[in-house]
Design a protein. Structure first.
Length: 252
């Protein structure tokens, strides 16, 4: 069963066609890779899915519902979360505070209850903090909960972004180059973490990643974009041996 489907998604910026009539479906529970050269349209595709950029034409369906025209906060509330190619953490907040902030869509106490410190507000605050600490432990940052995000290494900031995205309780998680800035050992740990997240939270994951061994070893299926067009779609072994993909992206 498809949890997400792109039907002829197109995005034009003036004379530039960044995404050109792209169609693919992602099945429930998949780890789905989106790869291609720089400028192929991968991050633009993520921006279309999360409503940061509206498509020029085409449909985007999440759980069978066309989500074109919705606002980013509505997309998040429906169950789609993402990380960014350019990290967007609150640098002067602690890791714990970054993850707690992301839970606001699932909290119920109003501002006045929080100010007054009502029993309900206090209990909710305890639940929010407990969940934030649990997510930080999951991504390997449990011992650094009180450290400011700006002091983290690049790789740790990537993992913190994943924890923050999970705090939104998504059904579909979009990871934009989660392995950027990591060494091979860290990428191996990341690959295990992504599988664990998929299984533990019953998630579907779409992944943009330039590190080919990570993608090929992790993803169930892969779509390849080049100049905004879909040039291949299939299992890793199929995509890796596709002449068009070798020519456009993988090389010899």
């Amino acid at each position: 069963m498809s949890i997400f489907e792109s039907r002829g998604a197109t995005r034009r910026f003036g004379g530039l066609v960044a995404v050109d009539s792209v169609s693919f479906a992602v099945e429930q529970g998949e780890i789905f890779g989106l790869i291609g050269p720089n400028g192929a349209g991968k991050t633009t595709m993520f921006n279309l899915i999360t409503a940061l950029t509206p498509p020029t034409s085409g449909q985007l369906l999440f759980q069978g519902q066309n989500i074109v025209g919705k606002q980013p906060h509505q997309i998040a509330a429906m169950g789609i979360a993402r990380t960014f190619q350019n990290i967007r953490l609150f640098g002067n907040l602690s890791a714990l505070e970054n993850v707690k902030v992301a839970q606001h869509t699932h909290t119920h106490a109003n501002v006045f209850a929080g100010i007054l410190g009502t029993p309900g507000a206090r209990e909710e605050a305890r639940r929010v903090e407990a969940k934030a600490r649990e997510l930080l432990r999951l991504v390997g940052l449990g011992e650094s909960a009180d450290e400011k995000a700006k002091n983290f290494s690049y790789g740790d900031q990537r993992r913190l972004e994943i924890a923050r995205a999970l705090a939104l309780e998504p059904k579909l998680l979009l990871l934009d180059e989660p392995g950027a800035g990591m060494n091979p050992n860290e990428k191996g740990i990341l690959s295990d973490l992504i599988r664990q997240i998929r299984d533990q939270f019953n998630l579907t994951i779409i992944l943009i990643e330039h590190h080919v061994p990570l993608v090929m070893g992790l993803c169930d299926r892969i779509a390849v974009l080049n100049f905004g067009q879909l040039i291949a779609l299939g299992k890793p072994a199929e995509v890796q041996s596709d002449p068009a993909v070798i020519d456009a992206y993988l090389g010899d």
